[in-house]
Ligand binder design. Sequence first.
Ligand code: J2J
Length: 528
Amino acid sequence: MEGFVSWPAELAERYRHEGYWRGEVLGDIPRRTARGHGDRTALVDERRSWTYAELDDEADRMAAGLRQLGIQAGDRIVVQLPNVGEFVVLCLAAYRAGVIPVLALPGHRRSEIAYLCELSGAVGYVIPSRHGGFDFLGLAREVVAEVPRVRHVLVLGDSGEFTALASVTAEPEPLPAPDPAGVAMLLLSGGTTGLPKLIPRTHDDYAYNVRASAELCAVDENTSYLVVLPVSHNFAWGCPGVLGVLRSGGKVVLAGNGSPAEVFPLVQREQVSMVALVPPLLALWSDARYRFDADLSSLRLLQVGGSKLAEPQAREALGTFGCTLQQVFGMAEGLLNFTHLDDPEDVVVTTQGRPLSPADEVLVADQDRSGRGELLTRGPYTLRGYYRAAEHNRFAFTPEGYYRTGDLVRLTAEGNLVVEGRIKDQINRGGEKIAAAEIEGHLAEHPSIQEAAVVGAADPVLGETICAFVRVSGPAPSLAEIRRFVQARGVAAYKAPDSVEVVDSWPLTSVGKIDKKALARSLAERGR
Ligand code: J2J
């Protein structure tokens, strides 16, 4: 596949020889349980549930349906569905047909989706008709007008002039097995320069990612796994996530959102044993724990990751939920670090765990005196290059193929990682990643903004929020106006600035660039 950077042959050979890559393909993940215990529940969402036999059969039919539409092996489709069972059916169908899903988030809007369709060369786009009060049919009209190559819009619900996802079904047919070494899907990176990059994940590498995470988390057929994060996020999809649970014969429960009022009764009803959370959601759950009389005693494992979990919050959660807590420091690019289920409490509350695989190579580069440096990594499930991004890849990888994570970490004596900060120009807003440059680019288009610099401001709930420093000509736009402006440009709401600071001049670095560290410091000094 043009634009995909694969592992060097000798490393690929080693990963196969040592049993990391076993030639498994992602579409086969639920098959074992479907054949042996087809009547077991695989999936539950707000509207219906699927047994393993149903899930398997519907995925086969949809795979045939995709081919009947003319969507072929190797074609890309941008998938933007919320937490519904059809997302799972569709992805399995795509994997089986060799069609490559590009996993977008429900919050993305015109600018992000059109860009993803363009970059991936997508021929299809999959949406709900409406979700969260938003009309996705209207969005799809704009997208196909901008990117005519997108020939198929598949819609869950009322399909208007487009194709109903429910109609994408045909008699199952024997399909050529996809190449395990080939790209199975494209995940989104948080991005550091301009717009997000696409991360190619192969069947071999992601199947290993899923299998090893499921083993580390002791997922089995009794696991009842709740999805409250977007299901298309790497954490919820494969670490071990939905795929890890389906490969083990457990049950996946998809929730529309993570609010305790909705989710606590679901935990009780579905006897949820495991869930992946970001720190702000964990805080919400901890606060609400004693305000609801739902029985949460089925919970066995709380996975928390996506942004830094503060030690006091981790300790509080242990006391509040009385189950195992696990910190996960992961990335859609690959490398996953977990604290282990039997780690001492101190390790669990003060570190972000250690690499999943014995074959993960990690380096802490350019360390300062406290041992803090940039985390570099390569291994059997870490990308070797972003998709169609040759130029960016020259910066993002070392000549030896290590991915520069942009995260500042230190290693403890026992070999656990502690995340100490980052050097990438990105904001981590409660686990959602925003590339500063992307927002700066939009702000610079505002008629009264001459130049903008976007930095993270400390926030007690989200960890960081988005602060836009702007230099203006004429009257300064209000925060509300700036937010409206950014969203009107077709940008996801979570990327709109949370605060704005008007400046007359910029602090500059020695090479004459805007000194963002100084801007961030000026916020910190004012207690923001
Ligand atoms: C501090 N920073 C963290 C943590 C991620 C599991 C968990 C998370 C992600 C994810 C994921 C962090 N403490 N515990 O894909 O499978 C920051 C780092 C990292 C970036 C990756 C998974 N866990 N981070 O968050 O691709 O900066 O993946 O490089 O969205 O999130 O973001 P993303």
